[in-house]
Design a binder for this molecule. Sequence first.
Ligand code: BYC
Length: 339
Amino acid sequence: MTTQVNDNRYDESQLQAQFDQTIEAKDRIEPRDWMPEAYRKTLIRQVAQHAHSEIIGMQPEGNWISRAPSLRRKAILLAKVQDEAGHGLYLYSAAETLGATRNELTEKLIAGRQKYSSIFNYPTLSYTDVGTIGWLVDGAAICNQVPLCRTSFGPYGRAMIRICKEESFHQRQGYELLMTMMRGTEAQREMVQESVNRFWWPALMMFGPPDDNSPNTEQSMAWGIKTHTNDELRQKFVDMSVPQAEALGVTFPDEGLKWNEERGHYDFSTPNWDEFWAVVKGDGPCNEQRLAHRKRAWDDGAWVREAALAFAENQAAEAAADETPAAGVETTTPEESAK
Ligand code: BYC
């Protein structure tokens, strides 16, 4: 906890010193605490991007709800996609505590002025991809997001606790789906391998550019927004995923993937960073489709937002009218008059 913004006994350098102390002590910054403008801006950028990813991330899997192979799979997928809507809402709420509005953030997303995770610009070609997304994409998300539970901004860290619990269910359902297919026919095993081949590299890219080309990491680490670098988390994910792949009976499409005794980690090849930047800049296989769909949903929902706003304004006006005494009406109670 640092000093409240409205405490004008402090000048800016004292406020900065208290902020630095809070960060140093790994304590939390709360919405009403003073914070440097650049810290606020960085957080809004990351939290908004995270929220957008959850909402856009509903599309590739939502695409398969009506074609689920069984009632059980349909119930699982529905629950997962609904969870993602919830994650988006907690995160937009966290961004709102920093002074951004959800409308403004969504409009920036639709105008292409804010990003969402590169992974959701790849298509889902069969139901197997639901399993692979659960295992690898949610697996990568867990790796990245568990450390964010200890991020320096309180509302973001607290939102992450619940999100991570739900991501853990998402990862397990994906792995279980793939395991079931691996116990099936040869054709099903081939479908799993083909899907894993398509998602492996995009999943590694989710962690962001390499550290020596990541403009935000150093400052975000100093502020305790990020607690690990992109490369550290990518390595953790590779180390965690290889034994899971072995248990499943699939391989990753990387000749360079080998255990390195000296490092105590798996070595792996360099992802295609040109592809990553092209996808981030809007040239992925599904960028256009994802944003067009989001824009359609936003436009279709305009009347709901307008109606909710009009209702809230009416309620507020009625409440205000109830509190305002009508002209000529005596406001003292009979007991008061008797005194
Ligand atoms: N995709 O300096 P860097 C989920 C951008 S949702 C697109 O390293 P930073 C799920 C980056 O924004 C998963 N853009 O940035 C949902 C920056 O550009 P700007 C979402 C990327 O912020 C549904 C530039 O590249 N998770 O799990 O320090 C179903 C330079 O990068 C990407 C989160 O959002 C990317 N992959 O580090 C299933 C987690 N990577 O903004 C699953 C929270 C980088 O300067 N976010 N960029 O124009 C983070 O942890 C960090 O923001 C990142 C990037 C590690 C992603």
